[in-house]
Design a protein around this ligand. Structure first.
Ligand code: FES
Ligand code: FE2
Length: 375
């Protein structure tokens, strides 16, 4: 209600939430290798990273694998229902013990057939003589800290077996995540692309509604009030709420009976590299990972989760998937690829984020503070 009222105030006054100041960012931060190495170490290895909703691993025995910024990861839901994560690296000679996703009681390494259970324990080797004397108990998969909280999966891609404090990572956003009941949204679709942009570009594009009436005038533009939003900071993360033009339907409704939820899209920036978008009747999640060695490339994953109780036909969700692809992958990212070329030309030194782009300013301030760099 508070967000809705504030948005009506902005629409009437032709205003939007403002950051305190303009923010200038050095362009080399989008292309420099030293910066990319620092980000990998401090953000992608050092912090809890959001892996999607817990409905990616609904049943005991379910597993998924991912390569995240140079860390091959295996995530499992054990027979005891607990979520765990491991480096997906066989202790014999390093092959990944699992691929893709599915349900399994054990993982057999494809290289020489060593077998591990869902808790990461080495069950056995294939040549008993060749490995006689090897302490199986000391050669389990290397554990990574993992959590399953508020229907969200988290991993920290640096070895350790302590539990992750997701609430601290989420700050004030944790209450929103709990209220959304994310565990009730099964996964509908997964799309992956590898655009030639720095991973931060992929996140930036979601953090302001300023460009919507311009770049997206032929797709989502007509449905949104452009350059209008309410921003709430949540520690390193944040929430940007933008109104759809349909919010006008609430004008005739008495103030305290208005239902703003059908007319406001909320974009949660889950630091460092994910966005969870409350799309009125479903959840859309974007995650961006830097390429292992090229700062001007990244891998972006878009997933759609629909409510378990929905009776809508697949064609409805397909339409939602299609509009997300057309808007982001066919409008934002292709333009981003041309911007990346312009950045690497070396002609300009800075980009400027306006006061009307508070979510973008906050994201880059969060990066600076997490990296411990002045600029
Ligand atoms: S590398 Fe896994 S069994 Fe040899
Ligand atoms: Fe966009």
């Amino acid at each position: 209600m508070a967000v809705g009222r504030r948005l009506f105030g902005h629409i009437d006054g032709r205003t939007t939430d403002l950051a305190d100041d303009l923010f200038r960012n050095r362009i080399v931060n989008y292309s420099c290798r030293e910066r990319a190495a620092l980000e990998r170490e401090k953000l992608f290895r050092g912090l809890p990273v959001f892996m999607g909703l817990s409905t990616r691993l609904p049943k005991p025995g379910d597993y998924l694998t991912e390569d995240m910024a140079g860390m091959p990861v295996l995530m499992t839901r054990g027979a005891d229902g607990q979520v765990r994560a491991f480096a997906n690296i066989c202790r014999h000679r390093g092959a990944p013990v699992a691929s893709g996703c599915g349900n399994a009681r054990a993982f057999t390494c494809p290289y020489h057939g060593w077998t591990y259970d869902g808790m990461g324990k080495l069950l056995g080797t294939t040549d008993k003589v060749g490995f006689a004397g090897l302490d199986l108990a000391a050669h389990g998969l290397v554990p990574l800290p993992a959590a399953d909280m508020h229907g969200m999966l988290y991993i920290r891609a640096r070895p350790g077996s302590e539990s992750l404090d997701v609430d601290t990572a989420l700050g004030p956003i944790a209450a929103d995540m709990a209220a959304l009941e994310l565990g009730t949204y099964p996964l509908y679709s997964t799309d992956r692309v590898t655009p030639r942009i720095n991973w931060k570009f992929a996140i930036d594009t979601f953090l302001e509604g300023y460009h919507i009436p311009h770049l997206h005038r032929k797709t989502i533009g007509p449905y949104f009030v452009g350059n209008c939003g309410v921003f709430k900071s949540g520690g390193l993360s944040g929430r940007l709420s933008v109104p759809k033009t349909s919010i006008e339907s609430q004008r005739a409704v008495p103030d305290d009976a208005r239902d703003y939820r059908r007319h406001v899209v909320s974009i949660y920036q889950l630091f460092p590299n994910a966005l969870l978008i409350w799309q009125l009747d479903h959840i859309e999640i974007w995650r961006a990972f830097p390429d292992r060695d090229d700062p001007s490339r990244c891998e972006v994953e878009m997933t759609i989760y629909r409510p378990a109780t929905s009776t809508r036909p697949d064609s409805y969700w397909e339409k939602n998937r299609d509009i997300a692809i057309r808007t982001v992958m066919e409008e934002d990212f292709p333009l981003g690829e041309r911007m990346q070329i312009g950045f690497e030309s070396g002609v300009t030194e800075e980009v400027i984020y306006g006061r009307n782009e508070p979510s973008l300013v906050h994201f880059h301030q969060s990066i600076r503070s997490a990296l411990g760099v002045p600029a």
